[in-house]
Design a protein around this ligand. Sequence first.
Ligand code: ATP
Length: 429
Amino acid sequence: MTLMDNIGSLAKRRGFIYPGSEIYGGIAGFWDYGPLGVELKNNIKREWWKSMVYARDDVVGLDAAIVMNPEVWEASGHMSSFTDPLVECKACHKRFRSDKPELLAAHEKEHKEKVEWTEPKIFNLLTEVLLGVTEPKMTAYLRGEITQGVFVNFRNVVDSSRVKVPFGVAQIGKAFRNEITPGNFTFRSREFEQMELEYFVRPDEKNASEVFEYWKQARMAWYLSLGMNKTKLRFREHEPEERAHYAKKAWDIEYEAPFGWSEFEGIHHRGDWDLSRHKLVYTDPETNEGYTPWVIETSGGVDRATLFFLIDAYVQEEKRIVLKLHSRLAPVKAAVFPLVSNKPDIVKKAREVYTLLKKHFVASWDDRGNIGKRYLSQDEIGTPWCLTIDYDTLGSDTVTVRDRDTTSQTRVNISQLQSYIQEKLGGTI
Ligand code: ATP
């Protein structure tokens, strides 16, 4: 089994990620997040929102609609430029992106004879939706990037809040792309989530470059602060021919996945591309000067981040599999075990502890099998602390707290448990 097989099997077995519509044979490029997956993904999004919105005075949030007036996509250039080149293998009719030579080379190896490819065809990635009940229906699009929702609301945000350039608008939401070759588990999906910041600055190259560099470093620091392994991360600058139609400059943050170095966040200098295409300007409230701000964007994929946090945390030790997720990302913070399930005093006490903790953290209850097996089960889903209520608890009001990473155990008074965990999590969750 490869590491990706192990991750896929753990994700399914323990309820992180399931193939979409599985009982009907699935559907390529769509995935469902199970009970633990939704917690992990929500924790990633919450940490992002806290650092990008709540911790700052210069960023506000937004949640725009997925379907927009189709004119938005004409103006933004996506109708003409949001495309990938598609080629088809003449022998087996499988389709690939011709700008991904590694995929073509891998496919050529599968055939014994030389592969002939069709001429590349340009293929638009926007997913069409038909709206209305009477014919002809209106063709609209599921958004291919969440970004445009921010630009079309630029004036609304400026008029309705107290932001002044420089400022940012943060958004998290679903995007859809008709990817030619979805694959590598959730890495390339047709439906996925993005977490993005559009940061508006004065049109000045020196200042924009400084802001660009600031966000580049800030985004890398965020992944490191949540425990991602530094040696698995790198920056990569896009070559001019690789850049999206809107980008003046683009750098990716890449992770060394089992399938190679792969982008999961982009930092883009979008210049005045979007605001000027939408004919939007800004008036400085102090000087009354009007201008088109430039945009520095950080665009991260929630699903790719979730996948890479999972891969990064996966450790196969001699006797156990451990997900060494940062405690703030762990789906369950604490598991509560009554040592035995047939002693009413112990079970009652354990229930009290469980009820107390559930008010503050995601906690889980397990009274099956022996304690060793319960530890193994929690290790595999990354629960940082396991609390056992035993005979001593009845006299001393203390419980055993076992640490996931070191497996060491300490006794903590029940009245101190909440602050003990809170402190280790670094404040509020
Ligand atoms: P790629 O070159 O891999 O197709 P991209 O350069 O087109 O990606 P962007 O348009 O910069 O990606 O999108 C920003 C982020 O959105 C990406 O860094 C990634 O995390 C996420 N993303 C883009 N496409 C997908 C997809 N098909 N599935 C999952 N996440 C995606």
